[in-house]
Design a protein. Structure first.
Length: 268
């Protein structure tokens, strides 16, 4: 099953798991601090194909901490069911917003946590298997809830976790290259690890042998230093099967830039 993994296989012990079938936001361990109290009531004017919420006051909101998996034949757009689900969930229900930063991104969007009738929208979407957790520079109070929601979806094989094609083989460079510019999940056994000398430049993790068209991971020295301060060691990936998530970049072979511990986990 796509969603199964050993409990000892998690790279990050910070992922909280709710052991009940109750609604996500009733699980105190996974949703601590993820509350609608203090959020500002807003009205949604429309939802874009990129899952951004455009409010009636003309602000554009990016749903922080999650990402839909788009297929190359879908013009990089998420599943229509996901858009329909959000539109139905929002409907005429009261919607509230916690803005995580007053500074908009280059596209004019504010990053925020959205609640519909008091339930965290991002966690609900991820728990339904309609989207996955996406590491984000903005670590809001709901990030742990989003990760816990993904764990629940995996165990229940909900949505995308019931589809084996949702996780791409890291050795299939041609298939991964078709997702250039898209956020994907990929899994494979690490064949080679190369650390930059004296902590300068970039370090690399290869899923294929030299000359093979396979995915590789790139680590900036500053990002790697930050990750290793959290207990991660690059060399521990050698000969391990891992799951990695990120945006596919294209070069001589497809690759991802990894700058967050939550982007990698053991899968064996």
């Amino acid at each position: 099953m796509v969603g199964k993994m050993s409990q000892s296989g998690r790279l990050s012990a910070r992922i909280a798991v709710c052991g009940t079938a109750a609604l996500l936001l009733t699980c105190k361990a996974s949703a601590a601090g993820c509350e609608a109290s203090g959020a500002t009531q807003v009205e949604i004017a429309r939802i874009t194909d990129e899952l951004d919420l455009v409010l009636k006051d003309d602000r554009s909101i990016r749903l922080v901490g999650l990402k839909a998996l788009a297929r190359p034949d879908s013009a990089a757009q998420p599943d229509a069911r996901l858009l329909a689900w959000i539109r139905e969930a929002a409907g005429d229900a009261p919607v509230t917003l916690h803005v995580l930063s007053p500074i908009a991104d280059r596209w004019g969007r504010l990053a925020g946590d959205v609640f519909v009738e008091g339930r965290h929208l991002q966690s609900t979407l991820v728990q339904a298997g309609l989207a996955v957790a996406r590491p984000d520079d903005l670590r809001g109070p709901c990030w742990e809830a989003v990760k816990a929601a993904e764990s629940q979806a995996r165990r229940a094989n909900k949505g995308l976790w019931a589809d084996r094609s949702s996780i791409l083989p890291a050795t299939d460079g041609s298939k991964i290259a078709e997702r250039e510019g898209l956020f994907v999940l990929a899994s494979g056994r690490v064949r080679h690890v190369s650390r930059a000398r004296e902590g300068r430049g970039r370090s690399y993790v290869d899923f294929g042998k030299r000359g093979e068209n396979a995915l590789f991971l790139s680590f900036d020295s500053k990002a790697l230093t930050r990750m290793e301060k959290q207990g991660f060691k690059l060399e521990q990936l050698t000969d391990r099967v891992i799951l990695v998530r990120g945006v596919v970049l294209k070069g001589r072979s497809p690759h991802m830039v990894v700058d967050d511990l939550d982007a990698i986990e053991f899968w064996d």
